[in-house]
Design a protein around this ligand. Structure first.
Ligand code: SF4
Length: 420
């Protein structure tokens, strides 16, 4: 193993570090040194002093999920009175609100709901594209694609092709957690996607011409070496396909989760986050963009991320449900994101899904209403079931009963305005 001084020089010279070398740096390099190295790499990749962000909306179309990951506070069981599926009209309204504040895409993810067949997604995507032809759908993380593949008994490439034909623009990198199967087994997420299966979805998506993101959720049961292994696996796939636009890492949010309660895991610290972010900049030498996760770390650590390798402040977001369910509820509107970027010494620019600069902040051009808290999927107490669901076959017993009840109500004339 080279000395720490030699390792630092190796990174400074732009050479790739091995997994063992990365682990040595991660464990033993002083935090300011890691930050300096990551900042130098960011400066080489983004010399213009620009930090980007996107205006979009983080929408979760359903919270019903059969995967039951033990780190998740968001999901509800099939048949739960707290389970929901958003209607097409609700989703259109969310898109209208997003476009009104300059938004350009939906980040659309949800639970593995057995009562939403592939045709529901295809119809939704087509309907969105018909109404909003230039609006982008950054939708369905790899485990959701795998869920649809199992539900439809179609291959993953076939599912991806069908979703692209319906309007899918990009796949978000959610559900990666840690791409090491020992960890996935302990997090009860091995069944939804093994490490190889997650990577294979991304490989197929890239081959089909999509750009995607990659993520890492750390701070559960993994070792430092397994965090590095995760990064190296992503780096290898990026060498193969070049399809990743960005990497985003965040810490496990333990509140209201089975894992947090069982193992008394507390949230990782801010320094752990900054060191992990800096290491990802060092290891992922073939990734252009690193996002700051202000939604889990708060605005102040989010801003510090810009000195630890991040070149993007993520999303104005508008809405968030998953992290909030686990106890974190930070909010930053465009004005606040821009203030944080500029105060850190950078120029703020709006970007697209593909990290192309779209222009200056909207708040430079016109008054944008302040947003003091992020919206949620639905107003509290709204439990309505979208009427169009009756057109889609359900798989679960509870779902079948719900659809039968809807048909009965229709026949009894209690649902107006819908014809078979
Ligand atoms: S993380 Fe996703 S797949 Fe896992 S239980 Fe939560 S909603 Fe389901």
């Amino acid at each position: 193993m080279p000395s720490m001084t030699d390792l630092v020089e190796k990174v400074r010279a732009g050479e790739r570090v091995s997994a063992d070398e990365a682990l040595e740096l991660y464990r033993f390099a002083p935090t300011p040194v890691l930050g300096q190295l990551a900042d130098e790499i960011r400066g080489r990749k983004h010399p213009a002093g620009v930090v980007t962000y996107i205006i979009d909306r983080n929408v979760n179309y359903t919270n019903v999920c059969v995967a039951k990951c033990n780190f998740c506070a968001f999901y509800r069981d099939v048949g739960s009175p707290e389970g929901y599926v958003l209607g097409f009209d609700e989703l259109f309204r969310k898109i209208d609100e997003t476009i009104a504040v300059g938004g350009v895409q939906l980040l659309l993810q949800g639970g593995h709901n057995p009562d939403l067949p592939l045709s529901w997604y295809e119809d939704l995507f087509r309907a969105v594209k018909e109404r909003y032809p230039t609006f982008k759908l950054h939708a369905l993380s790899p485990p959701e694609v795998i869920h649809l593949s199992r539900l439809s008994q179609l291959s993953v490439p076939a599912i991806i092709d069908r979703l692209i034909a319906a309007g899918l623009d990009s796949i978000p990198g959610g559900g990666a957690e840690i791409l090491v199967d020992r960890v996935r087994q302990q997090l009860h997420c091995y069944g939804k996607a093994t490490s190889d299966e997650w990577l294979d979805v991304m490989r197929h998506a890239h081959r089909a011409g999509l750009r995607t993101t990659a993520t890492m959720m750390y701070g559960t049961v993994e070792t430092d070496a397994e965090r590095i292994e995760h990064m190296v696996r992503l780096r290898d796939l990026q060498d193969e396909t070049g399809g990743f636009t960005a990497f985003i890492t965040w810490s496990f949010q333990p509140d209201h989760t089975e894992l947090g309660a069982e193992r008394l895991i507390t949230e990782a610290t801010g320094v752990d986050y900054l060191r992990t972010l800096a290491m990802s900049r060092i290891v992922l030498d073939n990734f252009d963009n690193l996002q700051a996760s202000w939604v889990t770390q708060g605005g102040k650590v989010g801003q510090l991320s810009l000195a630890y390798g991040a070149n993007d402040m993520g999303s104005v977001m508008i809405e968030e449900n998953v992290v909030r369910a686990a106890g974190a509820s930070y909010c930053m509107d465009e004005l606040e994101i821009v203030r944080n970027i500029e105060d850190a010494g950078f120029r703020a620019k709006r970007r697209s899904m593909h990290y192309e600069v779209l222009g200056d902040p909207i708040c430079y051009e016109r008054d944008v209403p302040r947003m003091l808290e992020l919206a949620s999927a639905r107003e509290a107490g709204d439990t309505h079931v979208p009427q169009e669901l009756r057109f889609y076959p359900a798989r679960s017993r509870a779902g079948k009963k719900e659809r039968d009840d809807m048909q009965d109500e229709l026949q009894n004339g209690r649902i107006a305005g819908l014809q078979n």
